[in-house]
Design a protein around this ligand. Sequence first.
Ligand code: FAD
Length: 345
Amino acid sequence: MTQHPPKNLREQVKVAPYTTMRVGGPCDFFAEVDDVAGVAAACEWAGEQEIEVFVLGEGSNVIVSDAGLHRLVLKIEIPGFEVIDEDDESATLQIGAGEHWDHVVERAVKLDLAGIEAMSMIPGTAGATPVQNAGAYGQEIANTLVEVQAYDRLIHKMATLNREECGFGYRDSAFKGAMSGRYVIVGVTLKLSKQPPAEPTYASLKRYLEAQDIHKPNVAQIRSAVMAVRARILPDPSVVPNAGSFFKNPIVNKRELDRLRLPYPDMPAFEFGDDYKLAAGWLLDQCGLKGAEHYGLKLHSGHALVITNPNHAGYADLMKLVEYVVAVVYDRFGVTLEPEPQFIT
Ligand SMILES: Cc1cc2nc3c(=O)[nH]c(=O)nc-3n(C[C@H](O)[C@H](O)[C@H](O)COP(=O)(O)OP(=O)(O)OC[C@H]3O[C@@H](n4cnc5c(N)ncnc54)[C@H](O)[C@@H]3O)c2cc1C
């Protein structure tokens, strides 16, 4: 059956305004979809027209090429927030992929449910959280996710993937790797706890709560603390374009850590399974990169891990800055930084 073009299909739409970094040229086609049938129909139409599909949430973790995209950009706006099951211990939530993530956290916290409160203020949609296993302050979506509902573009029908099938890793999942491009996530199911939340272990959060004289914080207090701490260090992308932390914290083994700590005994590192997670921000600080400006972009003076784009520089200049930063850190420490956002070309 020949598909009709998606509702409100537009052509030659500049993608930059739909990303928080404000970088990106025009895409051939752009459509917003707010239900599952719309996702399926748009994917099938694109397939018939032999047009590649790129799935977009709120564009807070993508850097789009200035050359533009010969693709259909499908912006996911599927709503939904429902408690579908509960007992004395927990509640299970069904969330539409297009829900703004922080609204999901806000509503869960109002229901006094624990498990995602430390992930307050992460920009973007709920449907994108499994893609990079979004997380902050010791919580990540993999901890509470039960399953993902998605449209499978390979076999042209809906699929349900459980946590194991998502292949989660540190800021990583199979949606970025082996299954890249295959699934359009339309909903996520989360199981949250009715028990008191785990106490934050992150120093900045602990300091903030202690200063407020809060001991054994509840979920609302943890959310407030996270929001206050984040507001202090992270620039608001609606004011200054940025994509959050631009580099992942490098993971090294014990031998590598020992090598690094010989000349730098104070180098922070956190246990991560059998390995250790270094603080990428600390590495950048040591290289004097905090606040540095190159090619029209800036490493944020409050948090060097964040590259800001106050002058709306383009993709090529951003890539030059990224190459420069990676080279400076490598020359000093022999550690290769990996960007966190996805580059879409
Ligand atoms: C100021 C700031 C702070 C941030 N802080 C954090 C943080 O603390 N922790 C953290 O983990 N991240 C953080 N991020 C990164 C970002 O917010 C998250 O990765 C977020 O989950 C991305 O959501 P999005 O809707 O904007 O996704 P997009 O940027 O639109 O897309 C990201 C990727 O997911 C894919 N995708 C999006 N939606 C779907 C879908 N429905 N189905 C299939 N694929 C999809 C896209 O194709 C793309 O590959 C931050 C970003 C900013 C700007």
